[in-house]
Write a protein that binds this ligand. Structure first.
Ligand code: BGC
Length: 763
């Protein structure tokens, strides 16, 4: 929509925002409000009524999600309209022309046999027009409210384009930063991911799916996609059931409990069976155990990809396997459309199974209120890029930015003369990150734009024109600018295209000649602040000693520039903490803080550094523990890590009881003091270790966290409560229970530090 039109609609849009906020508040106030997935007898009766009128062909039609490329412009093919008219299509993906959306919906509602409305879907992953930080960045906020608000705004904007279904949240636990899709993930921890998963669903679905400004969420990719061997996208996944249930399943459970309307089956296989044809995962686990009653959509072509997997013989067999497994809707491929009728006639798939699919899909269409309200409300403009949306995007970027190193250089004084250098300093498209189809470059606030607006005393010399640039021709000018300044601000990292789907990297250093340029700049003796914009942790062991400060901004979205300006000049503090362990080198991956101890746990005094080994030495098991000779066993920065502009001291950790019984609460307290000169916010984290288990247990597991704001000199006592419910895990016999014994607990600023105490759990 053009700017003038947008302005004209602004008042009406504000009305819509107020209306939707009102609806949300009502939903929040009324704690007993049924979740969007609660069984509604009226809806179930309506489904049966509709189903009774549907032919076999129309039921199959509902299972078809027709995909088009991400930007369909131009004329709609006539045959698509005919297919909708005949009831052969249930949903569309990526139809971005408002007239087409309207026309297709009108045909579906007025001319198709039973008037079943279509759903229009799109990957609205971290915003529609107003882009928020990439999901890994949002995860670094460790803040449910940030996740909720970002997805609520995304839904509000996207629904104005007729999109009522998003393929988000992505809830794949990611333990390997080489994997490109780590950018879309909630990080490596199941507890944090579960909290975020719930918040995303609540935001997208506005706690009320029937609102025309909501979108149906899609918990994806079910399941284990992030466990791809070696971080290579789409790769094979082997997961023991305890691992599946203790690490990979919890975020999906949380999203489904929060009412996620749909789930996407992932591309990968799990233990030899592709998920899209995996009856155990889609029926027993998803329906049986997680009580999911929405619909499952395949990932793009994942049905027919079972042929390449070597699991299905051909398209028909792929359709049969998916149908038996319980896949409701097929994205893009046409195995159901081409073969389901025949498979039913041959008795290979039951009609009752197809009825289930149609029911599940119609149920969500009813919950979206599409039968009563199939069109975009006339006055709903989405208030695209509204001031309020941009303000939230800026806030989210501030909350996501992680300060990794600071040799007393940040924040800079307002008067500091800075040389702005680097390939990411003014890259409106790149800072938006992966899945940013709809956010326009012209609306992106880059660091240089923000600096100009605020009259910062700076000179901008890019040095390198894009992140992979290997030429050194710009170095001279960059060095001259550096010499002329008090401080060098280097904006480096990865372009958007280097992370995301099918964008795994084996080496995750700064690409191109960035390290070379930084080394040259370091020779000027001027302090360097390295700001990284990237879709994953970037290994910086080769440069960390040459720079004075490091800020990880992820791909920060539309308002990244202004957020970084505020942080750099101390108007705001960097509040993010790492949602993934930050490796020293890619050779260390996969790495995750909640690993097991092994029989020979790595310890500092056992570590033998490679260069200290005498030449020609006799064969021996050096150190006899689980480490690498060259880089040891710790990550560069641990999970949960992040500095602040002030310092915090942890003291007096205490547990309320040495022993607790099952289902009794334990209180853990610690006092935290802001010992620095600035006020600041700390993320206090609680970790637990189950010392002995019927299967071996992780060395630490995150159980609680809390942000506290402390004035300079102020002390606060933080109280966490846990019970045996929090200590449950699934063992090799698939018993889901807490076990008696000793537990260690830590209260601290990250997964590698903290004050320790312990308690016993007894019957
Ligand atoms: C991705 C999904 C995405 C779908 C539709 C697939 O390639 O794996 O995450 O939702 O495409 O765009």
């Amino acid at each position: 929509m053009k700017l003038q039109q947008r302005t004209k609609h602004i008042t009406k849009s504000i009305f819509f925002i107020l209306l939707s906020l009102l609806l949300i508040n009502c939903a929040n106030e009324e704690k007993t409000t049924p979740k969007t997935n609660a069984v509604d007898d009226k809806i179930e009766a309506r489904i049966n009524e509709i189903l009774a009128k549907m032919t076999l062909e129309e039921k199959i039609g509902q299972t078809n999600l027709r995909g088009t490329s991400s930007r369909v412009e131009g004329q709609l093919p006539e045959e698509l309209k005919t297919a909708v008219r005949n009831g052969e299509i249930g949903a569309f993906l990526n139809v971005m022309n408002l007239d087409y959306v309207k026309e297709l919906q009108k045909i579906a509602v007025e001319e198709s046999p039973n008037g079943i409305p279509l759903i229009f879907a799109r990957d609205v992953i971290h915003g529609f027009k107003t882009l928020f930080p990439i999901p890994l960045g949002l995860a670094a906020s460790w803040d449910a409210e940030t996740a909720r608000v970002s997805s609520e705004i995304a839904a509000f904007e996207a629904s104005s384009a007729g999109i009522r279904w998003t393929f988000a949240p992505m809830l794949d636990i990611a333990r390997d930063s080489r994997w490109g899709r780590i950018a879309e993930s909630p990080g490596e921890d199941p507890y944090l991911a579960s909290i975020l998963g719930k918040a995303y669903v609540e935001g997208f679905q506005s706690n009320d799916l029937s609102s025309p400004t909501s979108m149906a969420a899609c918990a994806k990719h079910f399941i284990g996609y992030g466990a791809a061997i070696g971080g290579r996208d789409y790769n094979t996944v082997n997961l023991s059931e305890p691992l599946l249930r203790n690490i990979y399943l919890p975020p999906f459970k949380s999203a489904i409990d929060a009412g996620a309307a749909t789930v996407m089956s992932s591309f990968n296989e799990v233990n030899g069976i592709p998920v899209t044809g995996n009856e155990f995962l889609l029926k027993d686990v998803l329906r049986g155990e997680l009580n999911f009653d929405g619909f499952v959509v395949s990932d793009w072509d994942s049905t027919v990809e079972m042929i390449a997997h070597g699991f299905a013989r051909d398209e028909k067999h792929a359709g049969e396997l998916s149908a038996i497994a319980g896949l409701d809707m097929e994205m893009s491929s046409e195995a159901y459309e081409n073969h389901l009728k025949k498979l039913i006639e041959e008795g290979k798939v039951t009609e009752a199974q197809l009825d289930e699919f149609a029911k599940n899909i119609v149920r969500i269409k009813l919950r979206l209120n599409l039968f009563e309200n199939p069109y975009i409300p006339k006055d709903h403009t989405g208030n695209l890029y509204a001031e309020a949306h941009l303000a939230e995007a800026k806030k989210a970027a501030i909350k996501s930015t992680v300060l990794l190193k600071n040799e007393s250089i940040l924040p800079l004084k307002e008067t500091t003369k800075v040389a702005v250098i680097g390939p990411m300093a003014n890259k409106p498209h790149e800072q938006l990150g992966t899945w940013s189809f709809d956010g326009e470059r012209t609306h992106t606030n880059t660091p240089t734009i923000a600096f100009e607006k605020a009259n910062v005393n700076f000179q901008f010399v890019e040095g390198l024109t894009y992140s992979r640039d290997k030429t050194t021709k710009g170095f001279g000018e960059a060095i001259r600018a550096a010499k002329n300044a008090d401080v060098i601000l280097f904006f480096g990292g990865e372009e958007a295209i280097l992370s995301g789907e099918a964008h795994s990297r084996a080496n995750i250093d700064l690409p191109g000649a960035q390290v070379e340029l930084l080394k040259e700049l370091a020779k000027t003796g001027k302090p360097i602040v390295l700001v990284i914009m990237a879709g994953r942790p970037i290994t910086i062991t080769n440069i960390i000693d040459d720079v004075d400060a490091v800020l990880m901004a992820w791909h920060p979205g539309t308002m990244g520039g202004e957020a970084l300006r505020e942080i750099i000049f101390g108007i705001s503090e960097p509040q993010g903490r790492l949602p993934v362990s930050w490796p020293k080198t890619a050779g260390q991956l996969p790495y995750f803080y909640n690993h097991k101890n092994t029989g020979r746990p790595a310890e500092a005094d056992q570590f033998t550094q490679m260069d200290s080994i005498p030449i020609g030495v006799w064969q021996s098991s050096l150190g006899n523990d689980s480490h690498y000779l060259d880089i040891g066993y710790t990550p560069h920065f641990p999970f949960g890590y992040g500095l602040s502009y002030t310092e915090f001291k942890y003291e007096n950790v205490a547990v309320s009881n040495d022993t607790i019984n099952f289902n009794k609460e334990l209180t853990i307290t610690a006092s935290i003091t802001n010992t620095g000169k600035r006020d600041g916010t700390e993320l206090v984290q609680l970790y637990v270790q189950d010392v002995v288990g019927s299967i071996t247990r992780p060395i630490r597991e995150l159980k609680r966290f809390e942000h506290i704001h402390l004035k300079s000199g102020e002390t606060k006592e933080v109280t966490f409560k846990i019970s045996s419910e929090d200590l449950k895990f699934v063992n090799h016999k698939l018993i889901d229970a807490a076990e008696e014994g000793k537990f260690n607990v830590w209260v601290g600023p990250n997964a590698a530090q903290g004050l320790e105490s312990s308690f016993y759990l007894k019957e």
